[in-house]
Design a binder for this molecule. Structure first.
Ligand code: F6R
Length: 610
């Protein structure tokens, strides 16, 4: 939530900041702003409510602000409505200290009251103005930016990635973080700050990840790091492998469509990363067979679609490896008091690796002495750094707020874990394990086949764009993929949608079915198809309109006129195919409605606050 950027170098800062913010707009898009330090040490600032485009027009693509050092922000409102006053950057009264912030200052009210007692006044409703004025307070007291920042950190509670300009220190940026992401990029003569790697990729792939309470002091081509006691520390330089082009739309109308189409490659890359010549190799994860043999159970935690991937994994791992699996919403797990034997493996799933609730679940598991395995997409993210073992999904940068390719990569990561566990624990025959691995290798071309034949689902999306309610039903893995299909639809189309385990309909939900309600059945699980078909028929008897995602050869009721078939695969892997038409349906319906596909209302990609 919220994106921050910073630049210092030889080029004009404002256009670079705007470009970085464009790449981070998925993190928040209700207002934006930039501040640039001129050579005379004077701060120039511009802010605008609404999309970044409004700000870009206001400052002529950045040309209106002159200077080679600056910071910028794209906002997802927490404290205060989205308007120009509440937009970042925020400043002290003399505009000599200016800051951008991502996160939440939990004790901002208390700090604000303290500052008011010291004579401060406030122009906005934001916690960030409080943060900025707290830095100002300590700067006035100690006359030292580093002391101002470290004292700020000691006084605030909550999360922050904060970048600050001091007009007394032209051509320098100070930054600090706690529990909000921040990455520092460097070239020979430039330094960059960003909330996420895609904002930097065009300029550099050499980055530093700073940890909680570490301070970055950036000058032209020189990044120095300090701990909270202001002692100099060395951080390792990491090389990013993502290609800058991977964060571009590459001719597609929307990132979401591009990312849907990248799925064959993403699945192939994730499989190839760990499956070598028929052997699933977890040595890069440092996850030994011993650990897999000794665990007594698995808990999977994640949020949103990552949680949904976990629900699929639960079915697959339990069935193949015969080990108990519990899947939990990370936001619930962190506050529960789960009973553990001390020998469970906790799997955390997260595309960004920065989701606040998933980080908290990870820390909760570690505090209980449990082993943790992260399935993460973003290299060097907090979850990747803190988990005992890391399995990187090879999805590349995902920009669209609605996840598609990261979910697909998470699924195959789960299949690989399930097969590996089954092999180590000897719960499947060697022949069946071979068959599963061969089938994994065939998934990319089967996904491609669905993508090549999408006209019917495109038309159906447009035809049904005025539906008020859409239900998705299925059993087993078909239920698990239904919850993802339903989330995709509601988050970008704003149509009310629910997913139900087909057997549950009769226990209450069927009362919502009325003339014309659209009910999608997902039908890929051989043993359960007839049962779900019966449940579909029960809804059509109540005048529902039926649609189905079904494996080739499945027999459907006559009044189910809209059937989208997917190729056959092993029953454990069908979610990887069934989700594709569900994603396409949500996408095309959203396009037909004219909604903002990549930036749906009220949402942000990386949920770094609770
Ligand atoms: C839905 C979506 C969200 C994320 C969730 C977790 O399309 O993108 O539900 O899946 O916010 O995010 P990560 O995976 O970054 O932890």
């Amino acid at each position: 939530m919220c994106g921050i950027v910073g630049y210092i170098g030889k080029k004009q800062a404002a256009p670079i900041l705007l470009e970085g913010l464009t790449k981070l707009e998925y993190r928040g898009y209700d207002s934006a702003g930039v501040a640039v330090l001129g050579e005379n040490g004077k701060v120039q600032m511009a802010k605008a409510q609404g999309k970044l485009e409004v700000l870009k027009n206001k400052i002529d693509g950045g040309k209106a602000l002159k200077g080679t050092c600056g910071i910028g922000h794209t906002r997802w409102a927490t404290h205060g409505v989205p308007n120009e006053t509440n937009a970042h950057p925020h400043c002290n009264d003399g505009m000599t200290i200016v800051a951008v912030h991502n996160g939440i200052i939990e004790n901002y009210a208390e700090l604000k009251a303290k500052l008011i007692r010291r004579g401060y006044t406030f122009y906005s409703e934001t916690d960030t103005e409080v943060a900025t004025k707290l830095v100002d307070y300590y700067y006035n007291k100690y006359n030292d930016p580093m002391l101002a920042i470290s004292n700020f950190a000691l006084r605030v509670r909550g999360s922050y990635a904060l970048a600050v300009l001091f007009s007394d220190y032209p051509a320098q940026i100070y930054a600090i973080r706690k529990d909000s992401p921040m990455v520092i990029g460097v070239t020979d003569n430039e330094c960059f700050i960003a909330s996420d790697v895609p904002a930097l990729l065009k300029y550099t792939k050499s980055v530093y990840y700073i940890e909680n309470y570490q301070i970055a002091h950036l000058k032209e081509g020189c990044a120095a790091f300090y701990n909270i006691d202001r002692e100099k520390i060395e951080l390792p330089l990491t090389e990013i492998t993502w290609d800058a082009k991977a964060a571009e739309k590459d001719g597609y109308e929307h990132y979401m469509l591009k990312e849907i189409h990248e799925q064959p490659a993403v699945v192939r890359n994730t499989v190839n990363y760990l499956l070598h010549d028929g052997y699933i190799d977890f040595s890069e994860l440092k996850l030994s067979d011993n650990v897999l043999e000794e665990i007594s159970g698995i808990t999977i935690a994640g949020c949103g679609s990552a949680y949904h991937a976990g629900v699929v994994m639960q079915y697959v791992i339990e069935d193949l490896a015969r080990i108990p699996v519990r899947v939990e919403l990370a936001s619930e797990y962190r506050y529960r008091n789960p009973v553990t034997s001390g020998k469970e493996l906790v799997i955390l799933i997260s595309q960004s690796g920065e989701t606040a609730d998933t980080i908290a679940a990870l820390r909760e598991a570690k505090d209980r002495g449990l082993k943790t395995l992260a399935i993460v997409n973003v290299l060097g993210s907090t979850i990747a750094r803190e988990a005992d073992f890391v399995l990187y999904t090879k999805a590349g940068p995902e920009i669209s707020v609605a996840t598609t390719k990261a979910y697909s990569a998470q699924l195959v990561a789960g299949y690989l874990i399930a097969i590996k566990l089954a092999e180590v624990r000897k719960t499947v025959t060697a022949q069946y394990a071979e068959k599963l691995k061969t089938e994994l290798g065939l998934l990319p071309e089967k996904i491609q086949k669905i993508l090549c034949d999408q006209i019917a689902i495109q038309q159906f999306g447009a035809e049904t764009m005025n539906k008020k309610d859409v239900f998705f039903i299925g059993r087993g893995i078909d239920y698990a993929v239904s919850i993802e299909g339903s989330l995709k639809l509601k988050e970008i189309s704003y149509i009310h949608s629910e997913a139900y385990a087909a057997g549950e309909l009769k226990h209450g939900t069927i009362s919502l079915i009325e003339d014309g309600t659209l009910v999608f059945g997902v039908l890929t699980q051989d043993k359960l198809i007839e049962k779900t078909v019966s449940n579909l028929v029960e809804t059509s008897s109540r005048k529902a309109q039926l649609a189905a995602i079904a494996s080739e050869g499945v027999k459907l009721p006559e009044d189910c006129k809209n059937v989208f078939t997917i190729p056959c695969t092993d029953v454990h892997f069908t979610a990887s195919l069934a989700v594709i038409p569900l994603q396409l349906y949500a996408y095309y319906l959203c396009v037909a409605k004219g909604n903002n596909v990549d930036k749906p209302r009220n949402l942000a990609k990386s949920v770094t606050v609770e």
